[in-house]
Write a protein that binds this ligand. Structure first.
Ligand code: GTP
Ligand code: MG
Length: 379
């Protein structure tokens, strides 16, 4: 068998000879780069650098292989054991045209559910919050506009269970209303219509219902099956009925999740905050998210440093359906990305590396393609 020469071994591992010499000295082996070492020593040295040593007959220095530690991509749990499943709060997204009263409605819901003493704590902007209706929790996504919805859908991460479509009674269906209907229909969501601003003189609910029917959303009083309520977010009329209806719908849907096992959450908002770094609002989908747990999110590893609930309080854990702010990201995550708990920091880092590698090779391909397209376009 050929001798194992230090410089050859170093080269095979992509290292400099002196780096191995330092390790060898620690093992009480004093050699020069051109000298040979014993196979047992080579095995130890390789291991220290994450390689496995394999003696080959023909090759000088022996064959070394990078230790392939494959970290499996975490998969969304599709079949949870039935007895582990627990009811979870429904996730409701409020949509509608600009100025039709989405934020006012959300504020109203919050006001009526949270006592004055707690209200001071609701300064934190979490993008989502959980309220209780007759002892049953309901989670609302407080991010207006379609950007978030589109982003989530684009990544197949739409976590909305029910869409509440807000339509101003004095304005009727507008472009963003139609867009919202399109989105909701496409993703097969239950739509509940809240005809808002019914306190106004100019309110014309009949007109709105006719317009809805034209879009294939025939309301129940028109013989269809779209639930529709007439409300005034400003005055609070009908808001309790809406909550009641949402709770009922949620019961029908029997929304369940497994609070055990590795946590999985969806990013609904992310931003940089001074002193805290990247902060993301997430909604837990399954498992229980806990402080101290390592995770992967997109191509980055992270570790839950702190969790802050929708009242601005620091909490230790968050169960399915709960909105919570997460601190502990390496980089700003994207809306719609999945945060998945990993078993160890090492596994999270390894998977992050793998994903980054994939992204790099994809990026290398894209510019070439677009450059080709540019050339063709300019030809
Ligand atoms: P964007 O976030 O810009 O898309 O608007 P929005 O849908 O959140 O509307 P917002 O809640 O900001 O309300 C717009 C305006 O309508 C505000 O001046 C509200 O006071 C008013 N408004 C909301 N709901 C009602 C209502 O029930 N009745 C009346 N009269 N005015 C309302
Ligand atoms: Mg708003």
């Amino acid at each position: 068998k050929p001798p194992i020469i230090v410089s050859d071994l170093a080269e095979r591992m992509g290292l400099k000879s002196f780096q191995l010499l330092a390790d060898l000295i620690k093992l009480q082996v004093f050699v020069a780069p051109h000298q040979a070492i014993e196979p047992e020593i080579a095995v130890q040295i390789c291991e220290q650098h994450g390689f496995t040593f394999e003696r080959e007959q023909r090759v000088k220095g022996g064959g070394v292989h990078k230790q392939e530690e494959v970290v499996a991509e975490p998969e969304a749990p599709d079949e949870e054991p039935e007895d582990e499943l627990k009811l979870r709060p429904p996730i409701i997204t409020i949509m509608g045209h600009v100025d039709h009263g989405k934020t006012t409605l959300l504020d109203r819901i919050r006001d009526s559910r949270i006592t004055a003493g707690e209200a001071g704590g609701i300064t934190q902007h979490v993008g989502a919050y959980k309220v209780e209706h007759e002892g049953k929790p309901v989670t609302f996504i407080d991010t207006p506009g379609h950007a978030i919805f589109s982003a989530m859908r684009a990544r197949g991460a739409d976590i909305t269970d029910i869409v509440v479509l807000v339509v101003a009674a004095n304005d009727g269906l507008m472009p963003q209303t139609l867009e919202a209907i399109e989105h909701a229909k496409h993703s097969g969501k239950t739509i509940i219509v809240a005809i808002n601003k019914c306190d106004l003189e100019s309110a014309n609910t009949m007109h709105v219902k006719t317009q809805l029917a034209e879009q294939g959303l025939q309301t129940t009083d028109f013989g269809g099956d779209t639930e529709c309520l007439e409300i005034s977010a400003l005055k609070g009329d009908g808001v309790d009925d809406l909550l009641e209806l949402l709770a009922l719908q949620a019961e029908v849907l029997e929304l369940k999740a497994n609070p055990k096992g590795n946590a999985r959450a969806s990013i609904i908002e992310a931003r940089f905050q001074q002193g805290r770094g990247a902060v993301a609002s997430v909604i837990v989908e399954s498992g229980t998210l806990k402080v101290g747990k390592p995770f992967i999110c997109g191509p980055f590893a992270g570790k839950v440093k702190a969790l802050i609930n929708d009242r601005g309080e620091s909490v230790k854990s968050a169960t399915p359906g709960t909105p919570v702010e997460v601190i502990g990201f390496e980089e700003l995550p994207r809306v719609g990305d999945a945060l998945v708990e990993m078993d160890s920091d090492r596994a999270a880092k390894k998977l992050a590396e793998e994903r980054q590698g994939e992204l790099r090779s994809e990026r290398l391909k894209i510019p070439q393609k677009s450059r080709m397209e540019d050339l063709i376009a300019h030809a």
